[in-house]
Write a new protein. Structure first.
Length: 273
C-alpha cells in the first residue's frame, strides 16, 4: 500500500507504509467497500454506505513506534475517530476495537495486528475551488502607458468545475462577505441564502456531514446558526436546493461576482486505486 498513514484523533501521524519505519504490505483488506441495503419486491432498497471490518498487520521497525500506534488506536476508540490516509489523497475514518503485538523480532522491530472498522464504507477526498469577486484590486501590470486617466480592470473568466464520477458529490459552500442574499448557480442548481454576510464574515453551508448545517461565522470566529436562510425549494433535484450534491461532469458556475466563494466537494470511491 502506497504512503499509508494513520492520523490519530489528536492529529498525530503514525506511518504505516514507509520502508524505514513501517510496512503494511498491499493492505488488501482495506481496499474494498460496503453498502447496507434491504431487499424489496424485485430489487435492493434503502441502499447506503456502511461501515465494514478489516484486519491489518503492520511491521514497525521500532518497538516504541509499535507501542505508540497501539496506544493511539486504543485512545481513539473512545474519543475522536482516527483517519487512515493513503497516497496523500484518499482517506477514511476508522476505529480499532482490537490490537495486539503478534511478534517481537530480534532486530528490534515488532509486528502489530489490528482489527479496524472503516466507518465511511468508502474512501473519500475533498476537492476545492476558489471563485474571486470582480472587485479584486486591479493588477498594476494592467496599467495603460502614457499616464492615461483609466486603467484596464481585472476580468473574471466564466467559471466551471470538473466533478469526477461516478457518484454525486456532497458540497460545502463558503460565501465570503460582504454579500447580500448570495446566489450561486452550479450545473443548473441555484444555491441561495436569504441572509446578509457582513464584511469580514463568512457563511458556510455544509452538506458533507450527515447533519447538514448553515452557519454565519464572524471575523472573530463567533458562530450563529443560519440554517433557516438556506433556500430549499421542495427538495433535491428541483433546481433551487442549497444542499444539492454536484453531479459528475463539467459544470458551469455563475454568480454576480460581488463576493468570494470557496467551493468544496466530497469525492468518494469504493476501492482504492
Amino acid at each position: 500500500m502506497r504512503d499509508a498513514v494513520y492520523i490519530s484523533g489528536d492529529g498525530a501521524e503514525h506511518q504505516l507504509d514507509d520502508p524505514s519505519i513501517a510496512l503494511i504490505g498491499t493492505g488488501d483488506a482495506v481496499r474494498g467497500w460496503s453498502w447496507s441495503y434491504s431487499v424489496g419486491a424485485d430489487d435492493l432498497e434503502s441502499v447506503h454506505r456502511a461501515p465494514y471490518e478489516a484486519s491489518l498487520s503492520v511491521t514497525m521497525a521500532d518497538r516504541a513506534a509499535a507501542d505508540a500506534l497501539l496506544a493511539a488506536l486504543d485512545a481513539d476508540l473512545s474519543g475522536k475517530p482516527g483517519v487512515i490516509r493513503v497516497g496523500g489523497t484518499w482517506s477514511q475514518r476508522v476505529r480499532a476495537p482490537k490490537g495486539e503485538v503478534s511478534a517481537v523480532h530480534l532486530d528490534g522491530s515488532a509486528t502489530v495486528d489490528v482489527t479496524v472498522v472503516l466507518l465511511d464504507g468508502a474512501w473519500w477526498r475533498i476537492e476545492s475551488q476558489e471563485l474571486l469577486p470582480k472587485s479584486i484590486a486591479p493588477d498594476p501590470d494592467l496599467n495603460l502607458p502614457a499616464d492615461m486617466p483609466y486603467d484596464l480592470g481585472a476580468t473574471q473568466r466564466a467559471a466551471s468545475v470538473e466533478v469526477p464520477g461516478p457518484h454525486p458529490c456532497p458540497v460545502r459552500l463558503t460565501v465570503w462577505g460582504q454579500a447580500v442574499r448570495p446566489r450561486v448557480t452550479i450545473g443548473g442548481n441555484v444555491y441561495a441564502f436569504d441572509v446578509t454576510v457582513p464584511t469580514g464574515s463568512r457563511l458556510v453551508a455544509d452538506a458533507m456531514s450527515a447533519r447538514k448545517t448553515i452557519k454565519l461565522i464572524s471575523e472573530y470566529g463567533d458562530e450563529v446558526d443560519a440554517f433557516s436562510s438556506g433556500v430549499r425549494s421542495t427538495g433535491g433535484g428541483r433546481g433551487s436546493y442549497c444542499f444539492e450534491p454536484l453531479p459528475p461532469g463539467l459544470l458551469d458556475v455563475s454568480y454576480d461576482g460581488t463576493f468570494g466563494v470557496t467551493l468544496e466537494y466530497l469525492v468518494t470511491k469504493g476501492g482504492l486505486p
